[in-house]
Design a binder for this molecule. Structure first.
Ligand code: SAM
Length: 286
């Protein structure tokens, strides 16, 4: 019978048995706390009707918990040295498919088609922190790709996803996440819940995809270009940030005039605008 993972002793035993060496470049910090594992699965609300995409199963700790709760689990792991370990730790879970691939190069829509009749997946993961923004953004932007994302991320990044105008942490990531989803921090997790210990605090965040976005905008792509231009040059006024962005066709004067129509000063900075104000600005500039 394969070991039920989730504590330091078993984790070290299996790693040593296979002569596994941690690779820093892959952001490998394995969970060793059963309460945190149970909390992640409960927060994700996984049922037997769900097909879960797990990014980076590691030695299969969270995967074992997910396999018990879900109908199917697809686990995509980049490090081929972990594959023989996963074969052992997941041997008894017939509803798990392990794929040895880089998630950033994976056709996730293809996985939903192949394993879940094209219906949206639930993403649950203790993410490798170096890919948090690109993977979360591509999951959110994909149409009908996921219905929720419950992930362990760096605490500071989770907080950034939740922020609103006026805060130092508010930025393009906060606006993008909030346009597509409702973010909730469901747990704060200290470094001693992982092997090896990360240098930063962690948090589990759940992003529940909106059925319709909370604001209406004619061209969301344009709005996000505006948002990125505004925060790329945080210290500049909004008209200067927009006027200087080579990817945007608007002049400084056009941006200032649009802000004036909205009752805002041309000296305003991007960090002061809410999502609905960015939507209004994008529509006015169109
Ligand atoms: N899920 C395990 C756990 O909680 O114990 C491991 C989590 S660890 C923080 C991140 C995992 O993601 C590692 O197993 C790492 O090898 C894997 N990984 C890193 N980059 C990846 C990528 N681009 N695609 C797929 N997996 C990746």
């Amino acid at each position: 019978m394969a070991t039920k993972l989730g504590n330091p002793k078993q984790t070290i035993e299996i790693i040593q048995k296979h002569g596994f060496m941690f690779q820093k470049k892959f952001g490998q910090n394995f969970l060793i706390d059963t309460r945190v594992l149970e909390k992640i699965v409960a927060a994700a609300g996984v049922t037997k009707d769900d097909c879960v995409l797990e990014i980076g199963p590691g030695i299969g700790t969270l995967t074992q918990y997910l396999a018990e709760a879900a109908g199917r689990v697809i686990a995509v792991e980049i490090d081929r040295n972990l594959i023989p370990i996963l074969e052992e730790t997941l041997a008894e879970h017939e509803n798990v498919t392990v794929i040895n691939q880089d998630i950033l190069k994976t056709d996730i829509k293809g996985l939903a088609d192949a394993y879940h009749g094209g219906r949206p997946l639930k993403v649950v993961a203790n993410l490798p922190y170096y890919i948090t923004t690109p993977i979360v953004m591509s999951l959110l932007e994909g149409e009908d790709l996921v219905d929720s994302i419950t992930v362990m991320v760096q605490k500071e990044v989770a907080e950034r996803m939740m922020e609103g105008p006026g805060s130092k942490e508010y930025g393009a990531l906060s606006l993008a996440v909030q346009y597509y989803a409702r973010p909730e921090i469901v747990a704060n997790v200290p470094p001693n819940c992982f092997i090896p210990r990360p240098n930063v605090g962690s948090a589990v965040i759940r992003l529940t995809k909106h059925e319709t976005p909370p604001v209406q905008v004619k061209d969301p792509k344009k709005m996000f270009q505006l948002i990125r231009a505004s925060f790329n040059q945080r210290r500049k006024t909004l008209p200067n940030g927009i006027g200087n962005a080579p990817e945007l066709p608007y002049t400084r004067e056009q941006a200032a005039a649009a802000l004036e129509k909205m009752g805002l000063s041309p000296a305003v900075r991007g960090e002061a605008l809410s999502l609905s104000q960015f939507a209004e600005l994008a529509d006015l500039l169109e």
